[in-house]
Design a protein around this ligand. Sequence first.
Ligand SMILES: Cc1cc2nc3c(=O)[nH]c(=O)nc-3n(C[C@H](O)[C@H](O)[C@H](O)COP(=O)(O)OP(=O)(O)OC[C@H]3O[C@@H](n4cnc5c(N)ncnc54)[C@H](O)[C@@H]3O)c2cc1C
Length: 399
Amino acid sequence: MTDDELRAEVEGWLAEHWRGLPAHHESFGRDPRSEWLGKVRDAGWAVPRWPVDRWGRGLSNEQARIVERAFAAVGAPGAGQDRSNLWANTALAHAADGFREEIVPRLLAGEVGMCLLYSEPGAGSDLAAIRTRADKVPDEEGGGWRVTGQKVWTSGAAVADYGMLIARTDWDVPKHRGISFFFLPMKQPGVEVRPLRQITDEAHFNEVFITDAFVPDDHLLGPLNGGWGVLQTALAYERSVMGDAARGPRSGAGGPKGDHSLLGLAREAGRIDDPVVRQQVAQAIAWRTLNRLNTARAKAELAQGTSSPIMSLGKLAMSRILHEEARVRTLLLGAESLLQGPDHPRAEDANFLALNAYFTSIGGGTDQIQRNIIGERVLGLPREPEVDRALPFREVRAG
Ligand SMILES: Cc1cc2nc3c(=O)[nH]c(=O)nc-3n(C[C@H](O)[C@H](O)[C@H](O)COP(=O)(O)OP(=O)(O)OC[C@H]3O[C@@H](n4cnc5c(N)ncnc54)[C@H](O)[C@@H]3O)c2cc1C
């Protein structure tokens, strides 16, 4: 198929089917747009780079971009998930055949709410130190796994149907080699979710207490004790998504003119002719643009199956961009940024964006950890010392 034929087909399909959707801001739980997303999936536009027998169209990266651009031009969501849907990409790469056929199409249509059950009270940056355990139920007793432990900072857990879980399945080997990766059904008696209040006054993340919860055998992803490898796929997609985009203002707008860009705000505040302001706004815009280019390069690598440390560059850059934009926004507003409440939407937005920037600089691995990854795996610097790396996990001392 030529590029022109493809463009005509996708534009024709959109003209026939796309009727717009109500605005959607919630990023957790079952996606309210799932009816539309199901249509996009069935037409093969959701993952155009994947093969035809895997919900896709087997298109090259260049042709897939034609599809994504056609969707973007009319504001329709759902295309190009082969570069962004961390759940579906992880399941496609690592789930057993039967479970993959069942779960991947549902993930592409946003029919299942998902969360990430990685961090624990004693394991965050050092994620391989997890102590949540998964014990095999003998086949003669019905098979499957029983999971017990505690997770924390789990975004979206309160409305999730499944959690992507890392749990320890072998305590007698070094810490990275005894971890397995599961899809844990969240709606069961052994899973208790308690919301945590965040600095933004929202409660998106949670503590999750897991007591003897059940996981069927076919919900194990990748090899037994090979969960660290599966995790690298999932983390690469997560970091790529976080490096690419971040939440905008909570109001969904930003000022009386509805423009939340720094340029718009500088104009509104009557400071667009101030040379210092101009320089700072220009620098923030330049950083965004550069990061967009870097992310495009990183995503092209990701689509080729590379779990690349380049994702760490984008995520680290986005963290810096968000904090810097928040600083410039506050500078533009001056004393107004001290105000709060519905009568002061510009200040509300400025304060929310300043606080929410920490989502990107902590979640998905902190800025310091991204710097370590870039130092070690991109620049080839010596690894930081890790005294417990080769010890059987059972012998690792915990604080
Ligand atoms: C908004 C938000 C959402 C989140 N959502 C999820 C989620 O859905 N699922 C999930 O599993 N987790 C989630 N997290 C948890 C997040 O991944 C962890 O908070 C993060 O990995 C850091 O772990 P920690 O909090 O245990 O901090 P620690 O690991 O205790 O780190 C404390 C400080 O020490 C620094 N540090 C630690 N080790 C090193 C080192 N080797 N070199 C240099 N500095 C180091 C860190 O950078 C940090 O500044 C979320 C966090 C936030 C803020």
